[in-house]
Design a protein. Structure first.
Length: 426
């Protein structure tokens, strides 16, 4: 039953990659459940936000950002020549550098729309400070994984989490300076970065995490309904010539075009039909080796996945979960950041393989042939799809937002002693 007790929710997000769709789907779900939703983001997100029924507001204190090309990408993480440089770029240009500006943009909107809850991306630290300063419960979202080390996992088991925590520890003084200006307590260590959030929602499938997340962290799922495939469609994907898909990042990465060129050459050696979406790479600059290999900026991935036998991708969470929901094996080729962890997990689940971005045409051909000819990958992928359908919960993130709001209201409407419990929600 929908919660018709109308609430106002402020969503703060940024134009990244796989982070966009699940949070906009959550906004749409909240609107459909009778709530007023305001979304604060980069100016070029306006039309996508308005399609959800939410009200759009643009960032005013930071430059416009679009990661699809170097000329509009204000982060350009690929400029780092090593891990240390890359982390400093991300900290300075995305997490900590813009925190104060985004905090004040959020404060302006809080004063205007008076939300009962704030939902913000895990890399946008300023909105968290703004919500906490106004005693508004806030939820943090990640498109694919909990970014800090999980105490339930062996230390160092996630390269991304280890590097993220190290970066946060280095840059905490700048965040604490901002917090202090609002009379908020210091954060003593990176592991406590999100300790004041009401919930941390991970917008992916629990299978990609592998173990239970830390306390207060919940797998909310990717916020779309998994497709239910007919027996005829399932049979079609087993018929030759197989359909192979390629889907790559909308965030510009210099090496991506070179890999797609080699992928086309490898697929041309095999008896397959293929469609490759190049994402941010320039499709017109990538030559197709034959008429059977179609290369274009974007492909209708959701329409093509059900009958496809394999998806080759950049190991971005938004793409991975689409293939998992359709029961399609994957060849993951990570380029940056957390993509390496996702690719390893797909391999561990037995639903795909991973290759380095430097893989040769021969390496790609062998990997694709293995995934097409060894039936265990398809069997495991379809088993995972059955589990996804069985465990799916409609509007899970939206309902969690509602739960946080109602809990917050009960705490502050109850006995004075209950006010102490609010510390767990703020």
């Amino acid at each position: 039953m929908h919660n018709r007790n109308n609430c106002t929710v402020l969503v703060v997000t940024w134009m990244g990659g796989g982070n966009v769709r699940p949070v906009l789907d959550t906004a749409r779900d909240l609107v459909s459940r009778g709530h007023q939703v305001h979304v604060l983001s980069n100016p070029n997100m306006a039309s996508r936000v308005e399609e959800t029924g939410a009200t759009f507001h643009a960032f005013k204190r930071i430059p416009s950002h679009d990661p699809a090309s170097p000329s509009t990408d204000i982060i350009r993480a690929y400029e780092g020549r090593n891990i240390g440089e890359t982390n400093n770029i991300i900290a300075e240009r995305l997490l900590f550098g813009p925190a104060e500006a985004l905090c004040h943009d959020t404060l302006d909107l809080i004063d205007k729309v008076r939300p009962q809850a704030v939902v913000t991306d895990y890399v946008l630290l300023g909105p968290m400070v703004a919500a906490e300063a106004h005693h508004i419960p806030y939820l943090v979202t990640s498109d694919g994984m909990y970014p800090l080390p999980n105490p339930r996992l062996p230390r160092g088991s996630s390269t991304y989490s280890y590097l993220f925590e190290r970066m946060v520890n280095k840059w905490l003084p700048s965040l604490n300076q901002l917090r202090s200006s609002f009379g908020l307590k210091r954060i003593e260590q990176g592991a406590d970065l999100y300790s004041h959030a009401a919930r941390f929602l991970v917008n992916t499938y629990a299978a990609l995490g592998g173990v239970e997340p830390p306390d207060g962290v919940l797998y909310a799922g990717p916020q779309f309904d998994p497709p239910v495939l007919s027996p005829a469609i399932l049979q079609q994907r087993r018929q030759k010539p197989f359909l192979v898909l390629g889907a790559f990042s909308t965030i510009f990465t210099p090496e991506q075009s070179l890999f797609i060129e080699r992928l086309g050459q490898a697929l041309n050696r095999l008896n397959v039909d293929a469609q490759i979406g190049t994402g941010s790479s320039h499709a017109e600059e990538i030559s197709s080796p034959s008429a059977r290999i179609k290369i274009r900026p974007f492909i209708p991935l959701n329409d093509l996945l059900p009958q496809s036998r394999l998806l080759v991708n950049h190991a971005g969470n938004g793409t991975i979960v689409r293939a998992m929901a359709a029961g399609v094996p994957q060849l993951c080729v990570p380029f940056i950041q957390d993509q390496h962890d996702y690719a390893r997990r797909i391999s561990e689940l037995g639903i795909g393989l991973m290759l380095p971005k430097s893989a040769s045409v021969d390496d790609i051909e062998v990997a694709v042939a293995t995934l097409l000819n060894e039936g265990s990958f398809l069997e495991k992928a379809e088993e995972e799809q059955v589990r996804i359908i069985r465990e799916h919960q409609d509007c899970k993130a939206a309902r969690l937002v509602e739960h946080v709001i109602s809990t917050h209201k009960r705490i502050f409407a109850g006995e004075p002693a209950l006010h102490e419990a609010a510390g767990n929600l703020l």
